[in-house]
Design a binder for this molecule. Structure first.
Ligand code: 26W
Length: 825
């Protein structure tokens, strides 16, 4: 039992006075300054540390409870985490905001003033990274022992600025002011090898055991951040690895002869591994450094997992009982080969036993349907960078293909189709195949995507191993995306439901259903949205200089720019509205603000051109006296989690218009519906499940479903035919071609027009008419204010299912088979 003298002299105390005392002493002893001379960053860091200390208390008790219980742990391996800002979250989860406000006031500063230093760790691109953060939040809230492992990129997702409407990327130096929310843990640093060669292991001549002698080693420095549960004591951690040169990398000899730069070559090479996040969210960069990042992550994390396992367990027979690892897409799938290497080569476990342990330990989540997003690595590159792992992949593939041949005797084609190795002039390793073969469970992130995965991308595996395939529909944390983002609506909901229990039992939102018939409640509901839209209008003016009408229909499309998400279709609708108003300026139109938010991967030229066109259209619309009375188009730069928390509560209409069969799930759609926005969307991803739950009459559906889209593609799709057949569509496309958005320069956006008329891979033109007509029904509904409000309330009321708590419960019951561990106060 830990001696009292080994505990902090005093607990963190739970009164305003205690908090204030801690603040002052932290300012003094941590920042070495006084109230009188404290700077903004001093104030922020001191506040952060004082709040953090209250989490440390809970973390210590969690660690003790986990040590005592020696439970089964969930380890979430992800190359990306979009955690969002930490200060408000931790103020909420420690319930200390009520103390901070009066103290800050008393000290003459505001929480908002300090919050500008609360930098968002942008360690992800989009959906996949944010989902990882929501799942970690729910794991802690449900008292599930879990650790998230990731990479501590020095530079996160680029900062997006616009110059002349063009996206300009700027480095995201997020730790410039330091990060008060992380703790170093140098004792747990790891060494990671690359390159080199392998040789037989004298202890197992002729056997499968080998010795790998790396050509280069780097150090993995861990830092962890605390992941508190809401309304409970559990505090889990997320451990982020940063690459450092191993100690002997400073080449003194070279330095001695004046080769100062060369002397630090190895140091720079090593640190480059975790230098920057790859900003691609759907096409594989295929860069060697990316593969080094992926292996660096899994090598450090597996060693740390084994270190933790061995604290309480010996031998390997219980490893897969105590450890379950979730692979967040294929990015960390090298973990399968690394665990085999550690078990067989370093710990002398027999191949078959090692394989059984490995397969029982891993599970794989697939987040995409786009063939180009499925990673494959050249065999040549793997043979050079990770020679031992390539040998292990060959061995795994060998035994697997034996199984395939046994299952399909005489079928020579099946082994070729299912092999981990994609034959061809450049032989490549199919990471998704390795993930499925090395896992117990494979899941998609929405019902349609899971179905399509089993029917297309992973069909052969779904036929061979149907029991391995599951669906776990995504979810979002209601703490950040309702309680923190929309305090006004949260208060109204709590008022109606009687308490805040809904925050950890979101299906209780159903109770709002009855209130939808209450005109006073509807009025209060509308007032909240109106106030949020007022705040958004002020923020948009600050960010873009454009004045928007907070009473206009707030039509929001916020997500990464990608052709399958069809921002081009939204833009065609904007231009159609523009042409309609110009054709009949006296008519009455529903005032509308169209808000775009989102980044394009720096190398995705087509989407960067579209961003330029969106800004050009905005420039024309917002400065045209006739148009601007009815329509505004705004595009605040640098969309991220923090901006999402600002825009989502103010949205009336949620644009989820991807080509059916392309968006794996979507999670923005869930956040918007939970905040009372109505969805206009296709039968794609989780839109289908949202519509099923909110009711068809509370959802604006349009367009082809996945089958119709596939049939049209198969039967030969000619976008030009649609252009020819639809006057408004033709006019909209011709308006772009005319140079109207480029001061008459017809060539400026010719590539966009060309893509629409000759390629249109995601069939925006085919869905145009249905979409524009559906937007007309949206406007009809909007004009019936009471009906719209009722639909809005019912969307929130019926979307409790989309809580990431439900998602995590499903993973726990059906895939992770893990139980909560209570942590006593
Ligand atoms: C290799 C480059 C790369 C990088 C990231 C390929 C693919 C990705 C991610 C899988 C892309 C992604 O973020 N997918 C999104 O995941 C969300 C969470 O499950 C889903 O809701 C989105 O529909 C899906 O696009």
């Amino acid at each position: 039992m830990t001696e009292a003298r080994h505990r902090p002299r005093r607990t963190v105390g739970d009164s305003l006075e205690d908090f204030e005392r801690d603040l002052i002493s932290n300012l003094y002893y941590q920042r070495g300054t006084t109230i009188e001379s404290a700077s903004g960053p001093d104030g922020y860091h001191t506040l952060a540390v004082t709040v953090r200390d209250r989490l440390v208390d809970r973390y210590a008790r969690t660690a003790a409870a986990h040590y005592a219980a020696n439970p089964r742990f969930v380890y979430y391996l992800s190359a990306e985490y979009l955690l969002g800002r930490q200060l408000r979250q931790n103020l909420l989860y420690t319930d200390t905001e009520r103390w901070v406000r009066p103290i800050a006031e008393d000290l003459g500063v505001s929480l908002e003033a300090l919050e500008v230093y609360d930098v968002e760790p942008g360690l992800g691109n989009g959906g996949l990274g944010r989902l990882a953060a929501c799942l970690l939040d729910s794991l802690a809230t449900l008292d599930i022992p879990a650790v998230g492992y990731g990479i501590r990129y020095e530079f996160g997702i680029f900062k997006q600025t616009f110059r002349d409407g063009r996206q300009v990327e700027r480095p995201d130096d997020w730790t410039f002011y330091g990060n008060p929310w992380e703790f170093p843990a140098p004792d747990d640093r790891q060494l990671v090898g690359f390159y080199g060669a392998t040789q037989p292991d004298p202890r197992d001549p002729g056997g499968l055991r080998r010795v790998w002698v790396p050509g280069e080693t780097v150090r993995g420095e861990p830092r962890h951040m605390l992941v508190p549960g809401y309304g409970t004591q559990t505090v889990n951690i997320i451990r982020l690895w940063q690459a450092r040169a191993s100690r002997e990398s400073f080449d003194l000899a070279r330095f001695g002869v004046g080769q100062y730069v060369e002397a630090v070559d190895d140091i720079v090479r090593a640190e480059n591994i975790s230098k920057v996040l790859y900003p691609d969210d759907s096409t594989e960069p295929g860069r060697e450094l990316r593969l080094k990042q992926q292996y660096f992550l899994v090598a450090c994390s597996l060693r740390d997992i084994i270190r933790r396992y061995r604290l309480r367990n010996s031998g390997w027979e219980h490893f897969a009982d105590k450890v379950v690892i979730q692979l967040n897409d294929t990015h960390p799938v090298m973990a399968v080969t690394e665990l085999m290497r550690l078990l067989v080569d370093e710990h002398g476990v027999g191949w078959d036993e090692a394989w059984d342990i490995t397969r029982r330990t891993f599970n794989y989540t697939c987040h995409t349907l786009l063939p180009e997003a499925l990673e494959t690595w050249p065999v040549r590159l793997l043979e050079r960078l990770l020679p031992r792992h390539m040998e292990i992949i060959y061995a795994i593939n060998h035994f697997f293909l034996e199984e395939v041949r046994a299952a399909y005797p005489g079928d020579t084609d099946m082994p070729r189709r299912m092999s981990i190795i994609q034959e061809g002039d450049e032989r490549r390793v199919r990471m998704a195949h390795l993930a499925v073969i090395g896992s117990t469970a494979v899941n998609g992130v929405a019902e349609l995507q899971t179905k399509l995965l089993a029917e297309t991308t992973l069909h052969d595996f779904a036929v061979l191993w149907p029991e391995r395939f599951h669906n776990v529909t995504n979810g979002v944390t209601p703490r950040r995306f309702l309680r923190m983002a929309n305090p006004r609506l949260s208060e109204l909901i709590t008022g109606a439901l009687g308490d805040e229990g809904w925050l950890t039992d979101l299906e209780r939102l159903h109770g709002l259903g009855t209130h939808a018939d209450d005109p006073d409640f509807r009025a209060a509901w509308r007032a909240v949205k109106r106030q949020n839209k007022g705040d958004l209008a002020a923020a948009v003016e600050r960010a873009t200089g454009v004045l928007i009408d907070p009473d206009a229909l707030a039509d929001v499309m916020i997500k990464r720019f990608h052709e399958y998400k069809r921002q081009q279709l939204k833009l065609l609708h904007v231009i159609t509205m523009m042409n309609r108003i110009r054709a009949d300026p006296q008519a009455t139109y529903v005032p509308r603000t169209v808000l775009f938010g989102g980044k394009a991967a720096p190398g995705y030229l087509a989407m960067k051109q579209l961003i330029e066109l969106v800004n050009a259209v905005a420039g024309v619309v917002n400065t045209d006296p006739v148009l601007a009375r009815h329509l505004r188009v705004v595009f605040p730069p640098d969309y991220n989690v923090t901006k999402a928390q600002f825009v989502i509560p103010a949205a009336d209409l949620s644009e989820q218009i991807s080509l059916a069969g392309k968006e794996a799930s979507g999670t923005g759609n869930m956040k918007l519906a939970l905040n009372g926005a109505l969805t206009i969307g296709t039968l794609d991803g989780a839109n289908i499940e949202i519509r099923d739950r909110v009711g068809a009459d509370n959802f604006f559906l349009f367009g082809m479903d996945a089958q119709a889209a596939a049939d049209l593609r198969r039967s030969g799709y000619s976008p030009r035919a649609y252009y020819e057949a639809d006057f408004e569509l033709r006019l909209a496309v011709d308006t772009i071609a005319s140079g109207a958005f480029a001061k008459g320069d017809r060539d400026a956006f010719a590539p966009v027009v060309d893509a629409m008329l000759h390629r249109d891979e995601y069939m925006a033109l085919a869905d145009y008419r249905a979409y524009v007509d559906c937007q007309d029904t949206v406007e009809q509904a909007w004009l019936d204010t009471e009906r719209w409000t009722r639909m809005s309330i019912l969307n929130t009321a019926r979307c409790g299912f989309f809580s990431s708590d439900r998602t995590v419960r499903e993973y726990c019951e059906r895939i992770w088979k893990v139980d909560p561990v209570r942590v006593n106060p």
